[in-house]
Design a binder for this molecule. Structure first.
Ligand code: GLY
Length: 365
């Protein structure tokens, strides 16, 4: 069964298709978007050995494929240049739709390349990690990392289609599954206490790749994200900013650990959400019991819910210094996503960074 979620953005609206085995049916779901042109697939060297043959087989023999190194370092000027040169060598046209087969790194890089190639061509996301399925393949934020920080050069460029086939998760390492799960539970914490409760009861099944639990969680997550993106595509209102729950703290933790495999993005978001709830409770914004429940859930399923569990060594001042590089900094103020309770997140522009530093130091116990 295929579930379709539409992202309603007027002329830039697109569908997200969710269904087991969809990659094997690319001929019927992706080919119509290619308008008879040869498929151009961009992937990484790990996905190339697992999912690429399936997609190539489904699309037919004449695919043109570019394979990039896996890992965050691929979101760079160097690989962007390599990719765009490669695509121009293949004779890419403005009407073409590049197929991004991979996790967030491939999706973000290909999306950015598509936004600038010939002043903008189309692209299709075929996410292969849980995190890319429920978060990065939807929404149109594309970017590369540069010396000054992560995702600082980029664009808003929506895909033409997102094809989510949960069967690819069979080969995803457990740690990557948990990292993606952090972005799922985030939707409950943002504005849906009932979904958080569902997560508390079904996380173990989901992480064991139970197909019903995965289908429910993925569809719920992309529906929520689609609604938020449709309401606030460019994050000019507060709705889309709520998707950054856990990301302001999390980004500082990732910076402290060198944006490395030591702390995956979803792990940093998990610890960041625990800290956002902990800070909210410590400052009287949220009840202590809700903050404890969030931390306990993350900890139970093996996600870091504290600085120590995230192996972060920087002190409060150092972590706050990382936060000052945040893209969301406006007129010297950093908006934080805090919470009044589970499912009651909000944007707070009154946070004193000295209080954050003190809280972080105190949270080490
Ligand atoms: N591409 C991720 C997002 O737009 O949120």
């Amino acid at each position: 069964m295929t579930t379709t979620v539409n992202v309603g953005l007027g002329a830039r609206s697109y569908d997200i298709l969710i269904g087991t085995g969809l990659i094997d049916q690319a001929d019927s779901c992706i080919s119509p978007f290619l308008a008879g042109r040869r498929p151009i697939i961009i992937t990484d060297d790990q996905v190339a050995t697992t999912q690429l043959p399936r997609l190539e087989r489904a699309l037919g023999a004449d695919c043109q494929t570019l394979i990039l190194p896996s890992g965050e370092a691929t979101k760079s000027w160097q690989q962007l240049e390599r990719l765009t040169d490669g695509l121009l060598d293949l004779g890419v046209e403005r009407g073409d739709k590049l197929i991004a087969l991979g996790g967030g790194v491939i999706g973000d890089l290909v999306g950015f390349a598509a936004s600038i190639l010939k002043r903008g061509c189309g692209f299709i996301q075929v996410p292969t990690t849980l995190l890319a399925m429920v978060d990065s393949s939807v929404g149109g934020k594309t970017a590369i990392n540069v010396r000054a920080g992560k995702n600082l050069i980029g664009s808003f460029h929506q895909p033409s289609l997102v094809v989510i086939d949960p069967s690819v998760l069979a080969t995803l390492p457990d740690r990557q599954m948990r990292s993606g799960y952090a972005e799922i539970v985030k939707y409950g914490l943002i504005n849906d206490a009932a979904f958080f409760e569902w997560c508390e009861h079904h996380a173990a099944q989901l992480l064991a790749r139970n197909s019903d639990a995965l289908a429910t969680a993925i569809a719920h997550s992309v529906r929520t994200k689609a609604e938020i993106v449709a309401a606030d595509e460019r994050e000019t209102k507060d709705q889309r900013a709520l998707l950054n729950l856990g990301h302001t703290f999390g980004h500082a933790l990732e910076a402290d650990t060198g944006f490395s495999e030591a702390l995956l993005h979803g792990e940093a978001v998990a610890a960041g959400m625990a800290l956002a709830y902990g800070f909210s409770a410590a400052t009287g914004r949220c009840g202590a019991e809700d903050a404890r429940r969030v931390m306990q859930h993350l900890d139970t399923i093996g996600l870091p819910a504290s600085l120590a569990a995230a192996h972060v060594t920087g002190d409060g001042a150092a972590l706050v210094a990382h936060m000052l590089h945040d893209k969301k900094m406006t007129a010297g103020t950093l908006p934080f996503i805090l919470a009044h309770g589970i499912g009651q997140s909000y944007v707070d522009r009154t946070v004193n960074l000295a209080d954050v530093a003190q809280f972080l130091d105190a949270s080490r116990g």
